[in-house]
Design a protein around this ligand. Sequence first.
Ligand SMILES: NC(=O)c1ccc[n+]([C@@H]2O[C@H](COP(=O)([O-])OP(=O)(O)OC[C@H]3O[C@@H](n4cnc5c(N)ncnc54)[C@H](OP(=O)(O)O)[C@@H]3O)[C@@H](O)[C@H]2O)c1
Length: 282
Amino acid sequence: MGPLEVLKEADDQGPGEMPAALSELYGGRLALRPPVVFANFVSSLDGVVRIPGTGKVGRVLSDDSQGDRFVMGLLRACADAVLIGAGTLRASPSSTWTPEQAFPEQAAAFQELRLRRGLSPSPRVVVASARGELNPDHPGLRGALIVTGDSGADRLPEKLDAEVLIVPEGPSGLDLRAMLGQLVRRGFPAILSEAGPSLTEGLVAQGLLSELFLTLSPLLAGWPAGGGRSGLVGQTELLPHRRVGGELVSARRQGSHLFLRYRLPGAGLGLAGGLSGEQSSA
Ligand SMILES: NC(=O)c1ccc[n+]([C@@H]2O[C@H](COP(=O)([O-])OP(=O)(O)OC[C@H]3O[C@@H](n4cnc5c(N)ncnc54)[C@H](OP(=O)(O)O)[C@@H]3O)[C@@H](O)[C@H]2O)c1
């Protein structure tokens, strides 16, 4: 893969070392300012991120873009934890959410980046499930942290090679603010969300998402009626009554694909408020 072409890069980068092989491909450093929750999505040109019943949706939507797989690997490599919802787990039966699974060509450089930044060898996979009905044989659950509520914990399969964290439940699933607060306190200050629209809509609605890394694919997907397709905030109604606008931090290009990074308003404060405003039960 050739380097991504940098179209825009904000000056106020945070700290973070990066091996030369990665900064060459990315066209500079990728830095974060923890505590931070940052999401990664690939979207069709017409805004579709979820196509039910289709395997490897990311690859289909991105037209198997190498650049998309590289950015996904790099973001995972920079994270303490990769958060997914059970919907994404169920839809991706062979995924392990590691940097090297996304982009094996740079596996060694991803390891080097983690070493230099003092991160654990692999980001911890965190699976959020309110119902607790998970397939214990899913490879992504090996060594994962399952976050659930009291009722979900009762329904978890017996044989699980994973740790369980109980968090309070909210009106539509887990209490996401409490969940993120507990994760940060447990040593995961940089949380990459690779969750689907259901969990992401809660993160956005509650102002908990700090940044969005969006790959804009040149492909059109279409929106067939009743097909269950979705944009990245699912069913949430924002406009015209609620304005949530991102600030463009960086833009990169590879062919006709765009790799966009947006800072979302007030989000860091949302997380900080959650952290200061609740007691630890971890
Ligand atoms: N294009 C992309 O970049 C991209 C990125 C990610 C995912 N996807 C696609 O999106 C699809 C999955 O979408 P999804 O929306 O079902 O996935 P999701 O958001 O990852 O998972 C939803 C599940 O998370 C659990 N959950 C726990 N607390 C929740 C809360 N407060 N709010 C919402 N959910 C909560 C629930 O699990 P329980 O049912 O166990 O209670 C819920 O069913 C897959 O096809 C995947 O490939 C695409």
